[in-house]
Design a binder for this molecule. Structure first.
Ligand SMILES: O=P(O)(O)OC[C@H]1O[C@H](O[C@H]2O[C@H](CO)[C@@H](O)[C@H](O)[C@H]2O)[C@H](O)[C@@H](O)[C@@H]1O
Length: 335
């Protein structure tokens, strides 16, 4: 029997409490998982980790890299220093350019339906900037009632997962739906629906937590970073359980480079943690796990949609090996 880091929890929705670790193969609990969510074998994770180690000390970033992060962070979404009219002008220009670039899912409806014949459609939804607007305070990124109902409706028809960098507890507290999968901490924490759903399967909080042993390290780094960055007004460190984010959005742009330098200097002592740039945040995590989540669905019998970011792009992919095709999905519904 192969021992995998899959955990079956008796935790209740929203507030996690106790967990127990089980071996997965031949487990009746595991076999109750819908077949479209199978997890990669431990060996696969180990191979990825080995590849990661060979990727020579990525946190040893030069000044050039920090400068390019700062530039791309500036471009990633409007900053608080710009006026609101500028924001809406640039948003409109941006929207016009991406609308022109990608096909509309509605115009391709028949093709999508043809592609879906005999397959199970599965939905992957991003949270921040997709189901909720991007806001300055990450603790206030609320989903509207209308959007919650949309997600619930989707989940009643298709297996639906929210994939996010946040911790599951935080995103679940926002979304408050039991019918969906939550993949928190960039896919390092996966939990199934906690009640019966209309697509027939019932799970009781099945978790996949391949980086569990890193929790103490993340907690330590959160504390160090909080201490180190407290002299920079607006800087915020968010503990996402298996990873963390350092938020720049409320920091004066003139201090971004200094903040990035501080983060980098802490990470030098933690070569197992990777530093990547997000939308006005720097993320610290063990590996790029989101792609692992995407690879968990390995059957050709699926048609997968990814709905990501405020541009509301959907990514349609029939086979996990193939590069997903971007298309505009639910343009009016989700904005
Ligand atoms: O799942 P991702 O798309 O990679 O993003 C994960 C991060 O989302 C949240 O931050 C983002 O949204 C915030 C609220 O709108 C915004 O203030 C922040 O600037 C954005 O980066 C979350 O707070 C982070 O922990 C996640 O890493």
């Amino acid at each position: 029997m192969t021992n995998q880091t899959v955990i079956v929890s008796d935790r209740k929705p929203i507030l996690g409490s106790k967990t127990i670790t089980v071996s997965v193969s031949n487990s009746p609990l595991f076999s109750s998982l819908p077949t479209y969510f199978t997890f990669p074998p431990r060996k696969f994770l180990e191979l990825l980790e080995a590849a990661d180690k060979n990727n020579n000390n990525k946190n040893n970033l030069g000044a050039g890299k920090i400068a390019s992060w700062v530039d791309s962070m500036r471009d990633s979404s409007p900053t608080r220093l710009r006026s609101s009219s500028h924001d809406s002008d640039s948003d409109n220009e941006d929207k016009a350019s991406w609308v022109g670039r990608f096909p509309s899912a509605l115009n391709m409806f028949d093709e999508i339906m043809n592609a879906a014949k005999g397959k199970q459609i599965v939905m992957f939804l991003d949270y921040d900037g997709t189901l909720s607007p991007i806001v300055e305070d990450p603790d206030k990124a609320y989903i509207t009632h209308e959007m919650r109902e949309v997600v619930k409706g989707v989940a009643l028809n298709f297996p639906t997962a929210i994939v996010t960098g946040r911790s599951i507890d935080k995103v679940r507290a926002f979304v408050k739906l039991n019918e969906i999968y939550y993949a928190g901490s960039h896919g390092m924490d996966i939990e199934g629906p906690t009640n019966e759903s209309s697509y027939g399967e019932s799970n009781q909080g099945v978790l996949f937590q391949p980086a569990r042993e890193f929790i103490p390290m993340i907690e330590k780094v959160v504390k160090i970073l909080e201490e180190k960055t407290k002299c920079i007004p607006g800087a915020m460190v968010e503990n996402n359980k298996f990873c963390l984010s350092v938020h720049f959005r409320r920091v004066d742009e003139k201090r971004w480079a200094a903040l990035a330098e501080q983060v980098k200097s802490v990470l030098v002592d933690y070569p197992k943690l990777k530093l990547t740039q997000g939308r006005k945040d720097l993320k610290v995590r063990k590996m790029l796990f989101r792609s692992i989540l995407e690879m968990t669905v390995r059957t050709k019998m699926l048609l997968r949609f990814y709905v990501k970011k405020d541009k509301v792009l959907g990514f349609l992919s029939q086979k996990f090996q193939r590069k997903p095709m971007p298309l505009i999905l639910f343009k009016t519904l989700l904005r």
